[in-house]
Design a protein around this ligand. Structure first.
Ligand SMILES: [Zn+2]
Length: 471
C-alpha cells in the first residue's frame, strides 16, 4: 500500500511536471510564433522593398516612366513630381498602402511570378530570370499632368478616354500626395489615398438627363414632340422639381431639345413622372448603372439607379439626377466618361482598359487578356439625337464654357446639391462630354466637388483641346 501511494504520488508529480512542460511549450511556441509574426509585420516594408528590387517598369503611352526599380534595387516613381502625384491612384506604391492599383494588382507580372516553365527557363538562360515584366499603359503623361493641374487644390476626378478603342488616356483624382509619403506613411492629406475616379460615387445631377432623354426617345407612348411650360421657381407639384439655377422667369414652353439645352427641370421632371421609375431604371441599366464595371483588374464602384421608392414629387427629382429620400442615384467619374463615350460611339459603350501591353525582359510584347466587351446602350438613332442635343448644350446652352473654336465638342452639364458630413450644403459640378470627330474620338468625365456652376465644362473644354492636339 505504501508503495502504491508512493507510486501514485510519483506519477502525479511526473505527470504535473510533464503537463507544466507541455503548457510551457505551448506558451513559448505561441509566443515565438507571435514574435515571428510581429517581426514579419515589422519587416513587411523591407520585404516588399526587396521583392520589388527587380520588378518591371510601369510606362505611359508616350514612354515616360511612372515606376521603376533602379540599379540599387530602390523602387522609384515618375521623376516629374506632378506626374508622380497625378498617377498615384493608378500606379500605387510597392508597400501596397493603397490597394486597387497597378503595383498591387499586377504584382505577379511586375515581379515575374506567373510565368510558364519554358518562358522562365528561356529568361534564366539569358540571365534575366529574376527580372519582372514591364506594364505599358494607355495613359498619356501630358494629359495626366494637365488633368492634375485642372483639379489643382480642388477635390474631384477627371477621366479621359478613347471612345472607339476604350483606351484610358488620363485618370486623375485629387487630393493626392507624393508616392514617397505613401511609402513612408507620413503627411497624407485627408482622403488623398481615395481613388475618386474609379471609386467615388457622385450624385449625377443634370448629367442624368442623358439617361432620362434616352428613356424618352426609346418609348412610343408619349409623343416625342411633347412640350412643357416651364414654371421657373414654382415647383412642378408640391415638393417637386423647380428651376434652382435661374434667378427669375422661366425657360418658356420647351420641347426635348430646348429642355436639354437649357437643362429645364420642369420638362424632365414631367417626362420622368410620365415614364415611371421602372422605365428610367431600365434606361439607366442599359447605360451601365447597377452593373459591376471594372478597369482591367481594377475595381470600379457600381453606379446606382434605385428609384421609385417615394411619391411622384420624389420621382421628379430622381428624373433630373437629384434623387433624395429613399431613392439612390450615383455615378463614378469613370462611368461618366464611358456614358459620354457611348453616345459619341453610336450608342456602343467600349470596355475601358489601361494596361495596353506587357513586355518581357527579353523585349517580347503581349496583349493582356481583356474582355473587349462592347455594350449597346442605346440604338443608333437615339445616340445621334443625344449627340446632337449635346452639341446645342455646348454652342448655346449650359455648357458654353466647354466650347473650343475648331473642335466639335458636345456634352451635358450637371450641378448636384449634396449635404456633406457636417450637414452643410455643397454643390458639385459635373460634365460628361466628347469630341465628335472620328480622328480624335475622345470622351471626358469631370467631377469637381464644391465648385461653381460651369467650372467642370471649362476644365473639360481645355483638356479636350489639349487631347485633340490643338495648341
Ligand atoms: Zn425650365
Amino acid at each position: 500500500m505504501k508503495y502504491l501511494i508512493r507510486n501514485i504520488r510519483l506519477f502525479v508529480i511526473v505527470f504535473a511536471a510533464l503537463f507544466a512542460l507541455v503548457i510551457a511549450g505551448v506558451v513559448s511556441q505561441s509566443s515565438r510564433a507571435r514574435t515571428t509574426w510581429l517581426e514579419a509585420a515589422g519587416e513587411n516594408k523591407d520585404a516588399l522593398r526587396s521583392r520589388y528590387k527587380t520588378a518591371g517598369k510601369i510606362i505611359s503611352a508616350d514612354n515616360v516612366i511612372l515606376a521603376e526599380s533602379d540599379e540599387r534595387g530602390q523602387r522609384r516613381y515618375a521623376e516629374n513630381r506632378e506626374l508622380a502625384q497625378a498617377a498615384l491612384h493608378l500606379v500605387g506604391d510597392y508597400t501596397h498602402n493603397i490597394s486597387n492599383t497597378l503595383e498591387s494588382l499586377w504584382q505577379d507580372r511586375l515581379l515575374g511570378n506567373s510565368r510558364g516553365f519554358l518562358n522562365q527557363l528561356r529568361l534564366d538562360i539569358a540571365g534575366k530570370g529574376l527580372l519582372g515584366d514591364d506594364l505599358l499603359l494607355t495613359v498619356q503623361s501630358d494629359l495626366m499632368i494637365a488633368a492634375h493641374r485642372a483639379l489643382s487644390d480642388k477635390k474631384g476626378a477627371i477621366v479621359i478616354l478613347n471612345y472607339q478603342t476604350g483606351e484610358v488616356l488620363a485618370l486623375v483624382s485629387c487630393p493626392t500626395v507624393d508616392p514617397g509619403n505613401v511609402v513612408e506613411w507620413k503627411n497624407i492629406p485627408d482622403t488623398a489615398l481615395f481613388n475618386r475616379a474609379l471609386l467615388g460615387r457622385y450624385l449625377p445631377g443634370s448629367t442624368f438627363k442623358i439617361v432620362t432623354s434616352a428613356a424618352f426617345l426609346g418609348q412610343t407612348e408619349i409623343d416625342r414632340g411633347l412640350t412643357v411650360a416651364c414654371k421657373g421657381k414654382e415647383p412642378l407639384m408640391p415638393g417637386g422639381v423647380f428651376e434652382r439655377y435661374i434667378m427669375k422667369g422661366t425657360h418658356g414652353t420647351v420641347d426635348l431639345e430646348k429642355a436639354f439645352t437649357t437643362s429645364c427641370n420642369h420638362f424632365f421632371g414631367d417626362v420622368g413622372i410620365n415614364l415611371g421609375a421602372e422605365a428610367l431604371e431600365r434606361a439607366a441599366q442599359a447605360f451601365g448603372f447597377n452593373t459591376g464595371l471594372a478597369l482591367d483588374r481594377m475595381k470600379m464602384a457600381v453606379s446606382v439607379c434605385d428609384i421609385g421608392h417615394g411619391d411622384l414629387a420624389a420621382l421628379s427629382w430622381a428624373s433630373i439626377g437629384q434623387a433624395g429620400g429613399a431613392d439612390i442615384e450615383c455615378v463614378t467619374p469613370m462611368h461618366l466618361a464611358m456614358i459620354a463615350g457611348a453616345v459619341a460611339n453610336d450608342g456602343i459603350m467600349r470596355q475601358p482598359f489601361v494596361v495596353d501591353k506587357i513586355r518581357s525582359p527579353l523585349g517580347s510584347v503581349q496583349t493582356p487578356p481583356r474582355s473587349g466587351d462592347t455594350v449597346a446602350v442605346t440604338d443608333r438613332e437615339t445616340a445621334e439625337k443625344l449627340a446632337q442635343m449635346m452639341r446645342s448644350v455646348v454652342t448655346s446652352g449650359t455648357g458654353k464654357n466647354a466650347n473650343v473654336k475648331g473642335l466639335d465638342i458636345r456634352g451635358k452639364t450637371g450641378t448636384a446639391d449634396i449635404t456633406d458630413e457636417k450637414g452643410e450644403l455643397k454643390t458639385n459640378n459635373l460634365f460628361a462630354g466628347f469630341i465628335a470627330d472620328r480622328r480624335t474620338p475622345i470622351a471626358i468625365g469631370v467631377v469637381l466637388e464644391d465648385s461653381a456652376s460651369g467650372s467642370a465644362a471649362l476644365v473639360a473644354g481645355r483638356l479636350l483641346r489639349l487631347a485633340a492636339g490643338l495648341k
